[in-house]
Write a protein that binds this ligand. Structure first.
Ligand code: FBP
Length: 252
């Protein structure tokens, strides 16, 4: 087993990634003019000094020149889905570890909906991805979102910690979670995740002040950072906001 190289995407134990897979997950409804263009997002990632940019394989391939030029580390999401299909959540693999490596990815990501009827399908795919990625020496990020029938009627705080622990148990280097807004619950989640780093998703666009307050709370509770999308690229001044986020996470 090769040593897993986290240094390309983590600095001093912290991380700040720009997520841009919402075009598939939610559709172009999330975009307005400029931010529909991946080149604009790459520019934000570069000028905003993000430690990683998260794309699906299509954008990684079509904009490979711009990504390489920006020198922002590329993270490829290996599964995905639209929000058109209804029913129990399932996100199936659409890109292999080999293809991601060929496209220049320094880490790969995969979503698991724990609690879904399809959880075993995603667990199995993740296991194969984790094995391949770790053999190649690259980190694996697990988006772990409790959803579907099984997750209903369960406490959000309990599920958040369960998601963190799941990340550790299945071999994820970083687990990406939705924050329930409670610092104590997050501190317990971080503890439950052990040596797997806990990163928080940005969520829908909110007021800048509130967002920065939340990032502060996340870091205080022991979170390693965020993978933010809409709050940054839907902002009027994404670079300025990125600088502020950076200051909260890295202190400079
Ligand atoms: P945002 O910061 O825009 O919320 O992005 C984080 C993210 O995890 C994306 O990677 C993904 O496309 C989206 O949220 C998933 O959204 P949903 O919670 O609706 O499945």
């Amino acid at each position: 087993m090769k040593k897993i190289n986290l240094n390309k995407i983590i600095k001093n134990g912290k991380m700040m990634f720009l997520a841009y897979d919402q075009g598939l997950e939610h559709g172009p409804i999330e975009f307005k003019d400029k931010n529909a263009n991946p080149s604009y997002i790459i520019e934000i990632a570069k000028k905003g000094k993000f430690n990683g940019i998260i794309f699906q394989k299509g954008i990684a391939e079509k904009y490979s020149k711009e990504i390489k030029k920006s020198k922002v580390p590329l993270i490829i999401k290996l599964n995905g889905k639209t929000n058109i299909r209804k029913g129990e959540p399932l996100s199936i693999q659409i890109c292999s570890v080999e293809e991601a490596l060929d496209l220049g990815a320094v880490a790969v990501g995969y979503t698991i909906y724990i609690g879904s009827e399809y959880e075993p399908v995603m667990m199995e795919e993740f296991a194969k991805i984790e094995e391949k990625a770790h053999k190649a020496g690259i980190p694996v990020i697990a988006w772990i979102y409790p959803r579907g029938k099984g997750a209903k009627k369960r406490k959000k705080s309990e599920l958040m910690a369960y998601a963190g622990r799941t990340g550790l148990e299945i071999g994820a280097d970083i687990v990406k979670l939705n924050y329930n807004g409670n610092e104590k619950d997050l501190a317990w989640t971080v503890k439950s995740a052990g040596k797997t780093k806990v990163m928080i998703a940005g969520g829908i666009k909110t007021d800048e002040k509130n967002f920065l307050k939340e990032v502060k709370a996340i870091i205080k509770a022991g979170g390693a950072g965020i993978a933010v999308g809409r709050n940054v690229w839907q902002s009027k001044d994404p670079i300025e906001l990125s600088k502020k986020i950076r200051k909260v996470i890295f202190g400079k």
